[in-house]
Design a protein around this ligand. Structure first.
Ligand code: WTA
Length: 662
């Protein structure tokens, strides 16, 4: 930057550690009274009625919380409601039939708008079609679709008829899809012919077909024609054309089925510490109340807003904050099929300007990319419609936070750094934008009613500033209700380490390390288990490593995240040459087992992996070597001579990446 004023502003921003919510924002914010923290604490758990009040209930709940079966909590007990009614019908009934619900922007610049009236019509027709195929209440419907309008329509059609959906990210492989369909005993699949990536048409149905062949039971498949003949496809047995089905059921009335609060709205597979992904169960009442409330209180969304979350609907962020949260509030939600840098690196800002986006929610990895691409891109667009910015998925470093605040928010939009997980359903730790001072790098205090703490290995709360394990002591409405088909794992994975079952004291363990400052702000320090977050995607190291060690000639593998990249350190068996062929085989194995999303950015071959005397791979050390950080305590390392070797090999492998990142 060569302009003196900007240099000063930059220096000022750089020196600041705290930012107050901008006055203009506070004036119009949904939540502005700081006493909300106390009010929630004093009136817990009844405080959560405030979230439930954002919804329409067909039958009122009898109690806010039933903790008698802890840690199997029940929320809004005996209430009945329907999520599609809440996200669609009630807005139509309120006279907002012609209000835009979804604005879709396709990869080739195609645009479509669905009003709330359109969504009602489409979810009725597709709901009727699913019923005709045999989908009944509580049957799991798997959705394997890219970011096209039929994805949220199918989700809401399922919700309408009381069938839980299981969305499998389109970048997952046929194997990964088949495993999930088997595990959920899902007999219905909605997919599409293909989709575009950059200029090319990808054959998606081919992947779905391969998966279906591997599933243990028969599957009825619905195929959306995304490419309009761009990639001719044919339908086989038990395969149905989406358009034909919907046309056949046009103008049928399908009343939303009243569901119990605790009935499943969906399952979401997520990576855990073992090779098997877990099916996190989310319920109709608690989940929907939690996401509606946080969309209102944290994202400050109003019914008249155009709101954009740039995640993929295939992950939890898209479920909660592209589909359910904003639609429950009656807002306009943007669904963008493309990537941020295609056709040009100003794509996001061009769309923000064109749609007049009020609130924008993205991942820190995207912010870092925007920063790298330079401020000219946002500066070439009018971003004055923006009122609030958010991030999720990983810590945002202060430099990126400040860049986002200044160059995207123009210094007048609060930035909320929101910590949460697939398991929590919705946001848990962040500032309330109309109230809280922002401290770049720290997510913020736990939200009102959320009892998050940092404890040591014995479950004792640690002193301010000390690192420990992040736990949540009181239950919350959006919490997972279990892992489908695996109650034992539900308890052992989340509720065993820091709870005291004998005293009936339960603490949910999030898998993250954290510290709390004197002011109660929580700084996240990354996963402490075998899960890694890469580019906003959550992957299990076990899944990755077992795919890699399955390759002939590979002895051991360790997957780590460093600087936003995924690295696989691979040791080979004695006779095996670590050559380009092996490298390609490793990559292919990961792509086949999980999907392209999990393909490592770098594969580093090494004679052996760094191990402790007890034989555990020292992942932390591998991370430190990759980021160039000073190594922590390595006294437990059995083979210290490997450090120099790893550094040399990594330098050879990643020279270009280290240089380009500065
Ligand atoms: C990480 C995504 C730091 C964390 C919604 C968590 C974060 C995992 C933040 C969940 C944040 C999420 N700061 N780390 N603001 N938000 N994480 O299930 O490690 O895909 O456990 O949910 O992402 O990833 P998941």
């Amino acid at each position: 930057m060569d302009d003196g004023v900007d240099v000063e502003l930059e220096a000022w921003l750089e020196s600041r550690e705290r930012f107050e919510p901008p006055g203009e924002f506070v004036e119009q914010a949904n939540v502005t009274d700081p006493s909300i923290y106390e009010a929630f604490e004093e009136n817990w758990p009844a405080c959560w009625e405030r979230a439930a009040d954002l919804l329409d209930w067909e039958t009122d709940y009898e109690a806010v919380l039933d903790d008698s079966g802890a840690p199997r909590y029940r929320w809004f007990v005996d209430g009945r409601l329907n999520a599609a009614h809440n996200c669609i019908d009630r807005h139509v009934e309120a006279g907002r039939k012609n209000h835009a619900a979804i604005r879709w922007e396709g990869k080739r610049g195609e645009t479509e708008t669905y009003t709330y009236g359109d969504l009602k019509r489409e979810t009725e027709a597709f709901g009727a079609a699913l019923r005709e195929l045999g989908v009944g209440e509580d049957d799991v419907v798997t959705l394997y679709l890219p970011m096209i309008p039929e994805l949220p329509i199918a989700m809401l059609a399922c919700a309408r008829i009381g069938a839980p959906h299981s969305v499998v990210f389109a970048g997952f492989s046929p194997d990964a899809l088949a495993t999930r369909m088997d595990s959920a005993d899902s007999q219905f699949l909605v997919t599409c012919d293909g989709y575009y990536r950059r200029g090319d048409a990808l054959n998606h149905k081919g992947k779905a077909d391969r998966a279906v062949r591997r599933v243990d039971h028969d599957v009825e498949t619905v195929v959306v024609d995304r490419l309009g003949g761009g990639l001719p496809h044919s339908l086989g047995d038990r395969q149905h054309d989406y358009d034909a089905l919907v046309t056949a059921h046009r103008s049928e009335t399908v009343e939303p089925v009243a569901r119990d609060s605790e009935d499943d709205l969906f399952v979401m597979y997520t990576s855990g510490t073992t090779g098997e992904p877990k099916a996190v169960r989310h319920t109709t009442g608690g989940y929907l109340a939690h996401v509606a409330w946080t969309t209102h209180a944290v994202l400050d969304v109003k019914p008249e807003d155009t709101y954009w979350c740039s995640a993929d609907i295939g992950w939890i962020t898209g479920h909660s904050y592209i589909v359910y949260g904003p639609l429950a509030l009656g807002a306009t939600t943007i669904i963008y099929e493309g990537t941020p840098d295609y056709p040009e690196k100003d794509r996001i800002w061009e769309l923000v300007e064109r749609y007049g986006v009020d609130v924008f929610y993205t991942a820190p990895t995207a912010v870092r990319a925007f920063m790298k691409w330079g401020s000219d891109h946002p500066e070439s667009h009018d971003l004055s419609s923006l009122r609030l910015l958010g991030t999720v998925g990983e810590p945002i470093n202060p430099k990126a936070w400040k860049w986002y605040y200044e160059h995207i928010g123009g210094g007048s939009c609060p930035v909320v750094d929101t910590w949460w997980q697939a398991e929590t359903g919705g946001m848990m730790i962040t500032t309330l934008p109309g109230i809280g001072t922002m401290k770049p790098g720290a997510a913020g205090p736990p939200l009102p009613g959320i009892d998050a703490r940092v404890v040591d290995a014995d479950g004792q709360e640690v002193a301010p500033g000390e690192a420990g394990y992040l736990v949540v002591e009181k239950p919350w409405p959006g919490m997972l209700r279990g892992l489908a088909g695996d109650d034992e794992r539900f308890v052992s994975e989340y509720w065993e380490d820091y709870s005291d079952p004998e005293l009936d004291e339960w603490a949910y363990f999030a898998g993250d390390g954290a510290k709390v400052d004197d002011d109660g702000y929580v700084t996240l320090l990354g996963r402490v288990d075998d899960v890694i977050d890469v580019a906003g995607h959550r992957l299990g190291t076990m899944e990755l490593e077992s795919a890699i060690v399955g390759v002939e000639g590979v002895a051991e593998a360790a997957a780590v995240e460093a600087g936003g990249d995924l690295l696989a350190y691979v040791s080979t068996e004695r006779e095996q040459a670590a050559d380009a062929v092996l490298r390609a085989t490793v990559t292919e194995a990961v792509e086949a087992a999980i999907g392209e999303v999990a393909v490592p950015d770098h594969v580093v071959f090494t004679p052996e992996l760094p191990k402790t005397r007890s034989g555990k791979i020292m992942r932390r050390l591998l991370e430190d070597i990759a980021t160039g950080e000073e190594l922590g305590d390595i006294s437990a390392l059995r083979n210290p001579e490997i450090v120099g070797e790893l550094r040399a090999r990594l330098a050879g492998e990643t020279r270009s990446y280290l240089e380009s990142d500065g």
